[in-house]
Design a protein around this ligand. Structure first.
Ligand SMILES: Nc1ncnc2c1ncn2[C@@H]1O[C@H](COP(=O)(O)OP(=O)(O)OP(=O)(O)O)[C@@H](O)[C@H]1O
Length: 350
């Protein structure tokens, strides 16, 4: 029996990749496998190694250790190295890196030098039409808006029909108003084309909503990976939880599998008796004026923020105020006495 057919190689396999700069690790033993057509969001705070990982996959940065395989063939490792232009991996840079002295068509043609001139022109026109860039084709980059430059950069990256497209913060240079629309359009195009995508972002909302899988990094390591809801609803640690939301943090002590806090008792399986731990409560998981039940508090501030209202309350046993966010208007004022309660299913103990 052919075992390879039972376990076909993943599209991209990264095995134990490390890379240091001046003795400081930027990537530390990273392993990740990516399926055909998958869209991965590589997320994490500035300096955690996201761009270095993209550059190593593209072949413009060499790993110190580890191997990278594309469809089962080594492209980077101790015994093999495939040049970036031989990898059929596209790269879209954060600043788009369009050539200022070339018009839109010539920018796109630049990446098609391996084709004959007629084939390159046909491919170029095809992608220009697909992305609706016909009316801009003779313009130079300085004559394009930010959104138009983004589309040209995308066209240039897609023209050689890469198996994998690496995108470094592809939407971060766009105005907030434009960003959501262009992101939705870009992602649906990439899905139609079936391109495998690894996209870097430091925007938590983008990471949660844009991809099939989120890979969260910290200090050169993968902290947690999974679907957006895996990471948001079931964060494995405080770093993951705090990357995607703000939290009220309340300290307590663990006894008999529960964390005792001034806000009540919460399940804390696996924590030893007497261990100090922290309860993480999202502002939308606190309810105010919930009847006789709950904990006494005093309203410190109540501010309407458009779609939501944010209330800050002080609780006698806690050192700082708690934030509560709700889509409902409470009509509370500073100095009012109220009661709060926690939605226990949506809290975490770390
Ligand atoms: N060529 C280089 N020389 C020296 N240090 C580097 C080099 N490239 C990256 N680094 C360092 O490696 C670490 C990871 O950098 P990287 O650019 O991969 O982070 P990042 O997560 O992409 O950050 P950002 O979101 O700010 O772009 C940083 O500490 C950075 O200073």
């Amino acid at each position: 029996m052919n075992m390879e057919n039972l376990h076909p190689p993943r599209h991209l396999e990264i095995n134990g990749v490390s890379r240091s700069f001046g003795g400081v690790p930027a990537l530390n033993d990273i392993s990740l496998s990516v399926a055909h057509g998958e869209l991965i969001c590589l997320a994490g705070h500035s300096g955690c190694g996201k761009s270095t990982l993209l550059r190593v996959i593209a072949g413009i940065e060499m790993p110190d250790q580890g191997r990278i395989l594309l469809d089962g063939c080594g492209i980077s490792g101790p015994n093999n190295y495939v040049e970036p232009e031989e990898r059929n991996i596209g790269f879209m840079f954060q600043d788009y890196a369009l050539f200022p002295h070339l018009n839109v068509l010539d920018n796109i043609l630049f990446g098609l030098k391996r084709l004959t001139r007629p084939a390159a022109q046909a491919r170029c026109l095809e992608i220009v039409e697909r992305l609706g860039l016909e009316h801009l084709s003779r313009r130079f980059p300085h004559m394009l808006s930010g959104g138009e430059q983004q589309r040209v950069a995308l066209a240039r990256a897609l023209a050689p029909q890469p198996q994998i497209l690496l995108m470094d913060e592809p939407f971060s240079n766009l105005d907030r108003g434009l960003r959501d629309g262009i992101r939705t359009e870009t992602i649906s195009l990439l899905r139609e084309l079936g391109t495998t995508v690894i996209m870097v972002t430091h925007d938590p909302e983008e990471a949660l909503s844009a991809g099939d899988r989120v890979v969260l990094m910290r200090a050169g390591e993968i902290v947690q990976e999974g679907s957006g809801s895996d990471l948001y609803d079931r964060p494995a640690n405080a770093y993951t939880a705090e990357f995607f939301s703000t939290f009220n943090k309340v300290q307590g002590a663990c006894w008999n599998g529960f964390l005792e806090t001034p806000l009540g008792r919460f399940a804390a399986p696996g924590f030893a008796d007497g261990h100090t731990a922290t309860l993480y409560v999202r502002p939308q998981c606190l309810r105010v004026n919930c009847g006789a039940e709950g904990v006494d508090c005093t309203v410190v501030d109540c501010a309407l923020m458009g779609e939501i209202e944010q209330i800050q309350v002080s609780v006698a046993a806690l050192p700082g105020p708690l934030k509560i966010r709700s889509a409902k208007r409470s009509r509370l004022r500073s100095g009012d006495v109220a009661r709060i309660s926690v939605t226990p299913e949506q809290v975490f103990v770390f």
